[in-house]
Ligand binder design. Structure first.
Ligand code: C5P
Length: 244
């Protein structure tokens, strides 16, 4: 039979329609990109690893009452998800200063933030995913004021749950990116993925600032052992998920 026509191809996933218009199939790729796709490569086994980590974290968050788009995984690198109208926003939550926060504010890497910081970035490759202010977000009608508040509250709640989960894995959740959408009933669902591609995770057992990095920064900064780090995160996430 002919392969199904894809609905959308992103940098890390391909989205296919299914017979049910309310359900989509997400295929997780091994492709890795960084710096708005200026750096390209591949991380062997990443598709399966990120799909499986995301499944565990979505199931955990669902158990805690956070609605997500996750349905099930027919294959290790495939996830059936509820179709949503996605907000064109990257909702970033930070607990420790790293990455663009350090670059743009001068805060030293590793500064523990007194309270989590929620930021909204405009998902727009041509513009380089710029940081938005609340007023710019409202100006551009990317969400309503009530939706911005809801996204912020949901992101902070997810941060509390994920921080606890990763702490039990021996990992510090430095920061992460979330995407949200609205389903056909207008319910807000957590979408996309939660994986070492979208989180910064530092190994609590290691104090060396480079060795302890267990996420996509190993790829971004050419630190090596990228596959090993992703596999280690998978192993710990599955072990922790099995205790819940
Ligand atoms: O680069 P920056 O420091 O703003 O990234 C913050 C967090 O959001 C990091 O965990 C990074 O992996 C994630 N992120 C992402 N996709 C992007 C930009 C950032 O997953 N396009």
């Amino acid at each position: 039979s002919e392969p199904p026509t894809l609905l959308y191809e992103g940098k890390a996933k391909i989205i296919y329609p299914t017979a049910d218009p309310d359900i989509l199939l997400a295929h997780f790729k091994d492709d890795a990109t960084a710096f708005n796709a200026q750096k390209r490569g591949s991380i062997v086994g990443k598709g399966e690893i990120n799909c499986t980590i995301s499944r565990s974290l979505f199931q955990y968050l669902e158990q805690r009452g956070i609605p997500t788009h996750f349905i099930d995984c027919p294959q290790p690198n495939q996830m059936r998800v509820r179709a949503v109208k996605i907000f064109p926003l990257e909702v970033v939550v930070r607990n420790i200063a790293a990455g663009s926060l350090c670059q743009q504010t001068g805060l030293p890497l590793g500064t523990v933030l007194k309270q989590p910081l929620v930021e909204f970035y405009y998902k727009n490759d041509a513009l380089g995913d710029p940081l938005l202010t609340r007023d710019r977000l409202l100006l551009m009608e990317l969400a309503t004021a009530a939706q911005v508040d809801q996204l912020q509250q949901q992101a902070l709640q997810i941060d509390r749950y994920l921080e606890e989960f990763f702490q039990n894995c021996g990992l510090t959740l430095v920061d992460f990116k979330l995407e949200f959408g609205l389903d056909a009933q207008g319910q807000l669902l957590l979408a996309d993925e939660i994986s070492p591609d979208t989180c910064r995770l530092w190994d609590n057992a290691d104090t060396d600032p480079k060795n302890r990095i267990m996420d996509k920064d190993r790829f971004r900064q050419d630190l090596g052992n990228v596959e090993n780090a992703y596999q280690q995160v998978l192993k710990r996430v599955l072990a922790q998920a099995a205790t819940i």
